[in-house]
Design a protein. Structure first.
Length: 116
């Protein structure tokens, strides 16, 4: 059974940094596409960044230049390094694994609050 556990969220001041982690178990992690999503209060969940099996990445425009997604296949973990955080980055952040046949697996999320 595939399990995902996000960690690293918390309260940070505007301009600060956080690194989120998503640890996967129960699957051959290296073959999956991984995405970070976020959902702010009262808003729909949105895609933030993705990293495919070969390592190519994509980002939503609002985080380009500030967020970096990476993966360590040996540790079955994907990271989201976030710098220059803004109040509008406040949300619950989720990771999602997508299998080569298109099946999705979600974690339970970690809360990021950007506030002074």
């Amino acid at each position: 059974q595939v399990q995902l556990v996000e960690s690293g969220g918390g309260l940070v001041q505007p301009g600060g940094s956080l690194r989120l982690s998503c640890a996967a178990s129960g699957t051959a992690f290296s073959i999956y596409t991984v995405g970070w999503y976020r959902q702010a209060p009262g808003k729909q969940r949105e895609l933030v960044a993705t990293i495919i099996r070969g390592g190519s990445t994509n980002y939503v425009d609002s985080v380009k230049g500030r967020f970096t997604i990476s993966r360590d296949n040996a540790k079955n973990t994907v990271y989201l390094q976030m710098v220059s955080l803004k109040p509008e980055d406040t949300a619950v952040y989720y990771c999602k694994l997508t299998s080569p046949v298109g099946r999705d697996y979600w974690g339970k999320g970690t809360l990021v609050t950007v506030s002074s």
